[in-house]
Design a binder for this molecule. Structure first.
Ligand code: MN
Length: 285
């Protein structure tokens, strides 16, 4: 039997500064642990002003997590300690499993004066924190869009919608990552496994995720769903676009310092010791 999920919590992204001085909006992060388990953070770096983001994110390490960059406009140029480099362009996704360690830079650049995207951090369980680093870089053209009805468009980055599977594969958290656009006054339901964490983050328009429709949310608002087997959304007015993200909770202790997330403070100290000593990057991988 379908159990429609209700709303556990509503958050609004807040302005913060990251990297070398990037002004962005954070939907959730360090202070929300463990409510979004297996997800750690969602940053929204859409901005019409290049001075908000050109400083970028120069060389920094990651260990124990995955970072997922999804661009709507502009690009992010990246380069890492293993010699990988490239750019994530409008509509593309980069799902980076940092595992045992990556040191990289990420520099947002405008295209035709526009730049915007999101970065999600996904936690790794103890058994996978020191896994071999891996990139899944998927171009916009290789990400399917499903349209079950003329007024519903779902870009499937990860997970399955109406039998169509997203291109990102073999992620421990068994995630779904969808970019959903609804026409005006449209209702949409989507199944989610019971016990999985699920949330929606609004990109544009106005709508509700609650059967009672007791509130409306809009750009930069986030809904954390309560448990159940299905999520529901309804748009108002000119339509509604949101990220829909779900995953299996890890339920392990979280020790988090900056870009490194492990299970214990000893593991964090070890990581920073290795970073300082130049032994952070594991050769065998
Ligand atoms: Mn990074």
């Amino acid at each position: 039997m379908t159990r429609v999920r209700g709303v556990e919590r509503i958050l609004s992204a807040y302005a913060t500064v990251e990297g070398a001085g990037v002004h962005l909006h954070r939907a959730f992060g360090y202070y929300e642990v463990p409510q979004f388990d297996p997800f750690l953070m969602l940053d929204d770096f859409r901005s019409p002003r290049s001075e908000d983001y050109l400083a970028g994110f120069p060389s920094h390490p990651h260990r124990g997590i995955e970072t997922v960059t999804y661009m709507l406009n502009g690009s992010v140029e990246h380069a890492d300690s293993r010699g990988n480099s490239g750019s994530v362009n409008a509509g593309d996704v980069q799902w980076m499993t940092a595992g045992s360690g990556i040191i990289h830079s990420e520099m947002p650049k405008p295209v035709n004066g526009r730049m915007g995207g999101f970065q999600l951090w996904v936690n790794l369980p103890r058994a996978n924190k020191m896994t071999k680093p891996r990139y899944q870089e998927i171009g916009n053209a290789d990400i399917p869009t499903v349209s079950p009805r003329p007024d519903v468009n779902i870009k499937v980055i990860c997970g399955t919608v109406n039998g169509v599977k997203g291109p990102v594969k073999d992620i421990v958290a068994d995630p779904q990552y969808l970019d959903v656009t609804l026409g005006p006054d449209t209702t949409f339901s989507h199944p989610v496994k019971e016990g999985y964490t699920a949330f929606a983050y609004v990109i544009s328009g106005e709508g509700t995720f609650d059967a009672e429709e007791g509130y409306r949310i809009s750009n930069r608002d986030l809904i954390l769903f309560s448990d159940g087997s299905s999520c529901r959304a309804r748009s108002f007015g000119k339509g509604f676009r949101f990220l829909f993200i779900a995953g299996k909770p890890i339920r392990e202790p979280v020790a988090w310092r900056g870009p490194i997330v492990m299970n214990t403070s000893e593991e964090i100290l070890q990581a920073f010791k290795e970073y300082d000593a130049g032994t952070f990057i594991k050769k065998k991988a």
